[in-house]
Design a protein. Sequence first.
Lengths: 182, 226
Amino acid sequence: MKICVLNGNSDPTSTDFDAYVSRFCEVATERGHDVKVLQLRDMDIKYCIGCFGCWVKTPGECIARDESAEVCRTALHADLLICASPVKMGQVSALTKKTLDKLIPLVLPYFTIRQGEIHHPQRYEQTRDLALLLQKDGADEEDLAIIERSFRRMCINFDSSFRCLKLTDEPVEEVVDALVAA
Amino acid sequence: MHLLLLNGSPKGESGNSNYLLQLLLEGVDEIPGHTHEYANLARVKQHSHYVGLFQQADVIVMAFPLYTDMMPGIVKTFIEELEPLCGREDNPALGFIIQSGFPESVQLRALEAYLEKLARRLGCRYVGTALRGGGGNVRSMPAFMAKKVTENMHALGRSLGKTGEFDPEVIRRFALSEKMPLPQLWFMGTFGDRMARAFFWHREMKKNGAYERREAQPYALPPEGW
């Protein structure tokens, strides 16, 4: 399985989280999966400014020409997209959120009906599952439920399936099993 | 009451959120005795200055659009700047106006739950969240729809000016239906979509010489090694 991990840890001094993500990737690779990690804090990713340029000027590409193109391409071709992030103020990190905003070129501006609601049609035929790997950092059960609810909604928009939410306080082997289980 | 209006639209002053905030302010100004300040969160480098304004306000109203089912990246960046203020006793009251291009209110409910929790996390009194699907651009709406939005924002502003709260009845009127009834959904997904294509999306694409490439797939090839 092709797995894309978006590491949204914005703090280079928070080495525990990065070490967990590295170990996660090692274990997943040992089990035969093809894993690509994007260290978002080292990438040049501009904020989405809502200009619709990726729909009406350079269809399918952000006009900012930053490294979000690499994020889009890797996420698009993954079977599983994992958002790995410390929880900050009750949600994934701003770095993660900024990056997710830049996935909009993967959909078309038009309307389609999905699950009884209006959503965007996909620009590509590929679909992928989505999972969350979070470091709690003081988050409570209510926070985690709200995060999962937000990502379940995002999955409807991207015509993806939500796999599960796992925490970095669990043994890495068990988390790999849970996240990548078919 | 000293009010701080925080515009969280990545489009800045030209966005719908700013328009709604200005309508809200007109309503607040009908009640004498209030002062206000305004900050544009798209100016990310100013965020630390805006944290100072946050601490000086009695009431804050933050407005922004739904971006990939949550707040826009610039808004999350600002929220993380507020972390040192969590639990302070003198934090201001906090309210929100959120909107989405999708027509159903249900698409905004997870974000609403987050914002209510955010107010609790900060120790702010929660003024409420006015949410509306079918946001689009109020200035390009049919006049009868724009009139309703204007009236509701003025009423919300008046209730804020009088009581320091968002009137729940105005919040209820402002929101569109949770999910669309089947006939309306079918209309929106077929004729509504075709009209939006013809009268907006395709016009814009043609203006930019991008119409022929409208369904381009620039990332069709996998990344190296995949």
